[in-house]
Design a protein around this ligand. Structure first.
Ligand SMILES: Nc1ncnc2c1ncn2[C@@H]1O[C@H](COP(=O)(O)OP(=O)(O)OP(=O)(O)O)[C@@H](O)[C@H]1O
Length: 568
């Protein structure tokens, strides 16, 4: 997946590789010239000192410049690939069915799109800055160091063994702490998000201390892992330095024992030491890179899981159709993907276009679940649902979206303007459409009092509106496209009885041919319905008018009597 993603940036990648070669070349060349400068110094050859000195500066400059250009190229690739991955993941999530999103969990998907993509970005940055550089620098420095002072080959080998050992042991012990990071970050993210979303509940139930304690416990655990990693790091650096100094001291010592025979070796000692440092740098960088890479590969796998998930439900690529509002459930059984037991059991009923239908039942009876199957948010586990006489599974996405509209109890608005939110229900809605829809939902009055009317801003999740205002706007969004089937899932719960009645009257007058399915807690909301469906523990236990049901259905009568009592 990574290679495929990087392919789009192949010219930048080639440029970056060329720059890396230049950086390594100049890095390896510098000590050679340094040796020559030192030789010239010992021979007191002023002309050569200047010549080599200038060469040294030019080569160092080229190396530095190539390093800067490489960083720019690597950043370009890393930023580009991560933006592509983020967008690809988001597009994929948009194609997901509700069931897919439930399975992943929304918070988890957000972490994958942000944190995990960032990990991959860091990996790409490192790949292009260090990946090729490490082996080239290691091999080059190794060969050149031995060439400079062949007698001291064993010091180099010893240093490599010691550094590899220190790196291996410390990286190994840091590894498990790094993998704990991701899990704890997920947890902390979750706690912070839940807390901020439910801030009103937290404050009204004076839960700040408990929430802070929960956060602290996880944060302290993270701190514990961070501290261990920093302790290991702080021990690692002196260990490396100690090994390097020992090697340098050893080299100087051994050179000094025979320098009277081969004075040239004294000049070589400086470049030998530089090469040793570069070897050390290459091993340390290699270790770090492999550790970061292993973290990033976990992230890449998590992103891949999203991208490679097939939507649990797809719509047929068939021409759009204009259907009637007839609705039919034939032996529908439905089990949530995360459940073992069915929530709806063998439900069958039929509704004629234009009818007003109420759905009642105790809490948890399955009313919202039944409602969600009509706009095909889920497919039934068994049985069929037909609208306009056609199986929902045979219709195009547009046909379903244009025929069925659902207004949920929790009115969710998106940041932008009121008109942008209403246009989710009808992309080409005119101001007149908005006026009509908002009049039906009893929202027109308060919207028209606002300075910018339909262009007034809506904050994220509609926080600048009251619960009732949000509900009215989401009803307006539901009716603006004049759907053939309109489902109000407990969506007038935040309206007073008078407004609720006005909405129902307006719906009857303005959308006479629309089938209206009203899920209600209060029987008073649906007494005038042409038909009422009574659900009990996922089963349809009664269908009829209010009068029929009061006469013949014990459960309905019981709910009615209880509510009547509380109304009195
Ligand atoms: N997304 C889901 N995943 C798993 N189970 C779910 C999901 N949504 C609802 N359920 C379960 O299905 C059952 C029916 O829930 P549903 O929301 O359909 O009931 P309801 O009749 O609309 O209740 P209420 O009147 O309280 O809104 C409940 O037991 C609930 O726990």
């Amino acid at each position: 997946m990574l290679i495929k993603a990087i392919k789009h940036y192949k010219f930048w990648a080639l440029g970056s590789l060329a720059m890396v070669i230049l950086v390594v070349g100049t890095t390896l060349w510098q000590p050679q010239i340094l040796t020559k400068v030192l030789e010239a110094v010992s021979n007191n050859d002023k002309e050569k000192i200047t010549d080599y000195g200038v060469q040294l500066i030019i080569i160092a400059g080229i190396g530095l410049l190539a390093g800067v250009v490489n960083t720019i190229f690597a950043a370009k690739i890393a930023q580009g690939v991560s933006a592509d991955l983020r967008e690809q993941t988001f597009r994929k999530i948009q194609s997901f069915s509700y069931a897919n999103i439930e399975k992943f969990n929304a918070g988890n998907l957000v972490v994958r799109m942000t944190n995990d993509v960032n990990q991959v970005m860091n990996l790409i940055m490192i790949l292009f800055q260090i990946l090729l550089r490490v082996p080239l620098l290691f091999v080059g420095s190794f060969i050149l160091a031995i060439q400079t002072l062949p007698k001291l080959w064993w010091i180099i080998v010893l240093l490599v063994v010691v550094i590899v050992l220190i790196t291996g042991v410390s990286m190994g012990s840091m590894g498990k702490h790094f993998s704990a990071f991701q899990t704890l970050m997920d947890k902390l993210n979750g706690i912070a998000k839940e807390n901020l979303r439910g801030t009103r509940v937290v404050k009204s139930f004076v839960q700040e201390k408990e929430q802070a304690a929960k956060f602290d416990a996880n944060s302290d655990e993270l701190l514990g892992h961070n501290l261990i990693v920093s302790y290991i790091f702080s021990a690692m650096i002196p260990a490396f330095t100690f090994a390097a100094y020992l090697a340098i001291f050893g080299a100087i010592w051994f050179v000094s024992t025979y320098v009277h025979k081969e004075p040239k070796d004294l000049a070589g000692i400086a470049s030998f030491m530089t090469y040793m440092m570069q070897i050390m740098f290459a091993i340390i960088m290699g270790g770090m890179m492999s550790m970061m890479a292993s973290r990033a590969f976990i992230s890449l796998k998590r992103i891949g899981e999203v991208i490679n998930t097939e939507p649990a439900m797809t719509f047929k690529d068939v021409p759009d159709q204009d259907l009637t509002g007839n609705l039919e459930f034939n032996h529908v059984t439905f089990t949530y993907p995360t459940d073992d037991e069915p929530t709806l059991k063998d439900v069958s009923f039929s509704i004629k276009a234009g009818e007003l239908v109420g759905v009642v039942g105790a809490t948890g009876a399955g009313k919202s679940t039944l409602a969600q199957l009509i706009p095909r948010l889920f497919d039934p586990t068994e049985g069929t649902i037909k609208i306009g006489g056609q199986d929902l599974r045979d219709l195009s996405r547009n046909t379903v979206r244009e025929t069925v509209s659902i207004v949920l109890q929790r009115a969710i608005l998106f940041s932008g303007t009121i008109s942008q939110n209403l246009k989710h229900g009808k992309a080409d809605a005119t101001v007149d459409d908005m006026k009509r829809a908002s009049a039906i939902s009893q929202a027109r009055e308060f919207i028209e009092k606002m300075a910018d009317v339909f262009e007034s801003p809506v904050e994220e999740r509609g926080t600048n509106f009251s619960g009732g205002q949000k509900q009215r706007m989401s009803i307006a969004r539901g009716v603006i496209g004049e759907p053939k089937i309109l489902i109000l899932d407990d969506s007038t719960s935040a309206l007073d009885a008078k407004s609720e009645k006005l909405v129902q009257e307006a719906l009857a007058g303005e959308l006479p041919n629309t089938t209206k399915i009203i899920i209600a807690q209060k029987i008073s909301s649906v007494v005038h319905a042409d038909k009422i469906l009574v659900l009990d523990a996922g089963q349809l236990i009664g269908v009829g008018t209010h009068k029929d049901l009061v006469a013949n259905n014990a459960t309905y009568r019981e709910i009615y009597e209880t509510q009547k009592g509380s109304d009195d």
